[in-house]
Design a protein around this ligand. Structure first.
Ligand code: PLP
Length: 480
């Protein structure tokens, strides 16, 4: 299996080559040269599989440059009831991603039972094991430099802690994250984890990470890498739970299921698209946004118009105005037309927009009309909707959901169809977002007992000014 760039001007590579890299050299994103497709008989056999078996069945079709036994061992080590142990009442940790049924035909898929209580653990934990494996083979080293405003940083740190050959340098803004989110990161005292707390805002953190990555000699000399949401291995790992949920929500493969996905960088819902391309009978993929509704505008009108300003909302992990994985979907939508993708992103990258109603599709009609062939629909949610949904779900079903999941459920219900099971992706646990829960319900969210005193544990962090030279000096001193 080769991987090629959405812009067609970078060399084709194998899975292990793109594992540690970011963007392709031509600025595009790597995608499989063709999506492997399961036959009806193969899908039938998958119905009886547990999470680890399913993960191997799916990932072994996308990864063919890691020996099968090694891949299986990495998967078996990752997807255990011990890693994904923060299950709620009535959930079975052995399911890894338990399906919670609110009422017949309406479900929430618990994806946030991992160490950081957000769905990012589903892929990041595997990534940690893959990195250690690949670096072990080559004797290489990797210094991961990233910026976080919440969930990604902690998921990366928990995935990489104690991993040989890997160090993490995570920049976070001094203010803006919840106390729980800060404590999750800063309470890690592993030698290979470094929290750089920046006297500044998230955008400054991100700009400094970009400045480090753009200094190519520095990047090469200090083996700087990233674990951002365009990482193909993260997408591949996320496609597995669509299979798991499908089989849990249906009795037979003649049925189809719709998924509602709280979206920001378009990684989660794109993983659903990959599962659909691999033959999983998915009816609709429902893209749910918050007040940052660039994607909703696109799916409703065909116009993709990233905004210069990102709004700060009460579902902060979706506060994104430029969805980094979206190019992968448009690549497929265009019939894998690399010249078209280059054209469209030339406009976007110079601060403009595009309108797919004005671009012809290969088979006739416009590219906008082709979206229906891929089952993608959308909607958006705002603060009042979110609070309302958290309250209603608690009152009617006795289930507490976090603000992001609430956005997903609100939009999912608008697209619900009779006879088609609807699965809403639960992307975080309510414990991470106490303020929103208090506002909606007047009570504190439930929290795993083990994490009860998280905020009072000793912390390891380095506070510094928003000065890229200071960050680089820190890297030089600690990169080993
Ligand atoms: C990252 C995140 C999202 C958005 O997922 P994407 O893959 O970026 O679309 C939604 N909810 C939560 C809680 C997240 O952490």
């Amino acid at each position: 299996m080769n991987y090629l760039s959405t812009r067609g001007l970078a060399p084709q590579l194998r899975f292990s080559d793109i594992l540690l890299g970011g963007l392709a050299d031509d600025g595009g994103l790597y995608v499989p040269e063709a999506y492997p497709r399961f036959t009806a008989a193969e899908l039938e056999a998958m119905r009886a599989m547990n999470y680890r078996e399913l993960a191997f069945a799916v990932l072994s079709r996308l990864v063919d440059d890691i020996p099968a036994d090694d891949l299986r061992a990495l998967i078996d080590k990752t997807y255990t009831a011990d890693v994904y142990r923060y299950v709620g009442r009535g959930e079975n940790a052995a399911d890894i991603t338990p399906l919670k049924t609110l009422e017949p035909g309406l479900h929430v898929l618990a994806l946030s039972n991992g160490p950081t209580l957000a769905f990012k653990d589903m892929a990041m934990q595997l990534l940690g094991n893959l990195f250690e494996y690949v670096l072990g083979k080559t004797g290489g080293e990797l210094n991961i430099v990233g910026a976080t405003s919440g969930d990604t940083g902690s998921a990366a740190e928990y995935a990489m802690r104690g991993k040989k050959g890997v160090r993490v340098f995570m920049l976070s803004p001094e203010h803006g994250m919840t106390r729980f989110q800060q404590a999750q990161m800063y309470a890690l005292r592993d030698d290979n984890i470094h929290n750089l707390v920046i006297r500044g805002v998230f955008d400054q953190c991100q700009d400094m990470v970009k400045a480090v990555a753009n200094d190519l000699p520095f990047k090469a000399k200090y083996h700087i890498g990233a674990v951002n949401s365009i990482n193909w291995a993260r997408v591949a790992a996320q496609s597995v739970y669509y299979f798991k949920a499908y089989f849990a929500a249906t009795h037979s493969n003649t049925q189809s299921v719709s998924f509602s996905v709280p979206s920001g960088n378009f990684g989660n819902v794109y993983a659903g698209h990959v599962a659909r391309q691999m033959g999983l009978p998915i009816n609709k993929l429902i893209v749910a946004t918050n007040e940052n509704d660039v994607l909703d505008e696109f799916f409703k009108t065909g116009v993709y118009r990233p905004r210069p300003e990102t709004k700060h909302t009460s579902s902060p992990s979706m506060d994104i105005s430029k969805a980094s994985n979206f190019e992968r979907f448009v690549f497929d939508l265009s019939g894998r037309d690399v010249a078209k993708v280059r054209d469209l992103w030339r406009a976007v990258e110079s601060g403009g927009s595009f309108d797919l109603k004005t671009h012809a599709a290969p088979g006739g009609g416009s590219l906008f009309e082709r979206i229906a062939d891929f089952g993608m629909v959308s909607g958006s949610s705002n603060h009042a909707n979110r609070i309302d949904t958290i309250r209603t779900v608690y009152e009617v079903y006795g289930t507490m959901i976090d603000p992001h999941t609430a956005d997903g459920l609100k939009v999912g219900l608008e697209h619900r169809e009779p006879g088609v099971p609807l699965v809403c992706m639960e992307t975080a646990q309510p414990a991470k977002f106490e303020d929103a829960i208090r506002e909606a319900l007047g009570i504190d969210p439930v929290r795993p007992a083990e994490l009860a005193d998280l905020e009072t544990q000793p912390q390891k962090k380095h506070v510094m000014d928003a000065d890229v030279d200071a960050v680089k000096r820190f890297l030089v001193e600690h990169a080993g």
